[in-house]
Design a protein around this ligand. Structure first.
Ligand code: ADP
Ligand code: TZP
Ligand code: MG
Length: 254
């Protein structure tokens, strides 16, 4: 059975420590996919929320120093409950964010890290040209992703013109082409959340990350065509396409 179909059947709850810029799109992406989103900023409800969740997604896009214990506590509880933890290390190349993420990953086990080439390069002690949240170099090889996977013991999803998904041994690729992804803020955040939904119902983080990334890339291609490559309606069309793909997966069992 496909992981997407399992999501329809189980409708897993995905708990998000989201950034404040794109959380509505992140919640919609999870919901339209057939899973159930929940966002929180209250450390005193983490245990009860994680007890009903199937995955935890950490997004460090709009963190502050007071939140580090909150992020660590959430991930430690998810680790204890054997629930997958997905990290989206937005602009981790910047010094304060690097310090926050370094302290976080020293304390907890991350199952999957999803970032652009510049963000993944940081986990490999390397540098790829970047500007804030964006990677500027699109021709990136597998070396950083492989090294990052081996050093963090997490599955790495390095996104870009070509997406590289690896556990440090096996390397999988997604070669879809949707240039509107880059200009639309939040596409990486939505993909990280969708990866959380897939990982929540799969025994293989590598397979879950690959299938989620492939689905997202395909939806992006269809959406780009539908909006004549104009960015203004891309995200809503992308979300509609994800919904249609999720609904279509149900027809495979009828
Ligand atoms: N140059 C590109 N051409 C086509 N798709 C891209 C390109 N860059 C990124 N993407 C796609 O955009 C989505 C978000 O990835 P990315 O932009 O790398 O993340 P972030 O938004 O966190 O920087 C992924 O599905 C990725 O495949
Ligand atoms: C603009 C911005 N600033 C802090 S988080 C954020 C959104 C990043 O979204 P994505 O990495 O998916 O483009
Ligand atoms: Mg990002």
């Amino acid at each position: 059975m496909s992981i997407l179909l399992t999501i329809q059947e189980k409708q897993p709850l995905v708990l998000n420590l989201a950034n404040s810029v794109t959380q509505q799109h992140v919640a919609d992406a999870i919901s339209f996919l057939g899973a159930s989103p929940l966002m929180t900023r209250a450390s005193n409800e983490l245990e009860e929320l994680l007890s009903i969740s199937s995955a935890l997604v950490l997004n460090t896009g709009t963190i502050n120093e007071e939140e580090l214990p909150f992020f660590i506590t959430a991930a430690k509880l998810a680790n204890k409950m054997h629930k997958p933890v997905i990290l989206d290390p937005v602009a981790v190349m910047m010094p304060y964010r690097a310090s926050f993420v370094s302290r976080l990953i020293a304390e907890v086990k991350i199952t999957i890290i999803r970032g652009n080439a510049a963000e993944i390069a940081w986990f490999a002690q390397s540098v790829v040209a970047s500007k804030g949240i964006d990677a500027l170099d699109e021709q990136v090889n597998d070396h950083n992703a492989l090294k990052a996977a081996r050093q963090t013991n997490a599955v790495i999803v390095q996104t870009g013109r070509t997406d590289t998904i690896t556990d440090g041994k096996k390397v999988l690729k997604v070669n879809t082409h949707s240039p509107l992804f880059k200009i639309n803020v939040g596409c990486g955040d939505m993909l990280s959340a969708i990866i959380g939904a897939f990982a929540s119902v799969s025994d293989s983080p590598l397979e879950a990350a690959f299938e989620a990334t492939q689905l997202f890339g395909e939806a992006g291609e269809l959406a780009s065509t539908a909006v004549n490559n104009l960015p203004g309606n891309f995200v809503n069309t992308l979300l509609d396409t994800l919904y249609q793909k999720a609904q279509n997966s149900r027809e495979t069992i009828i």
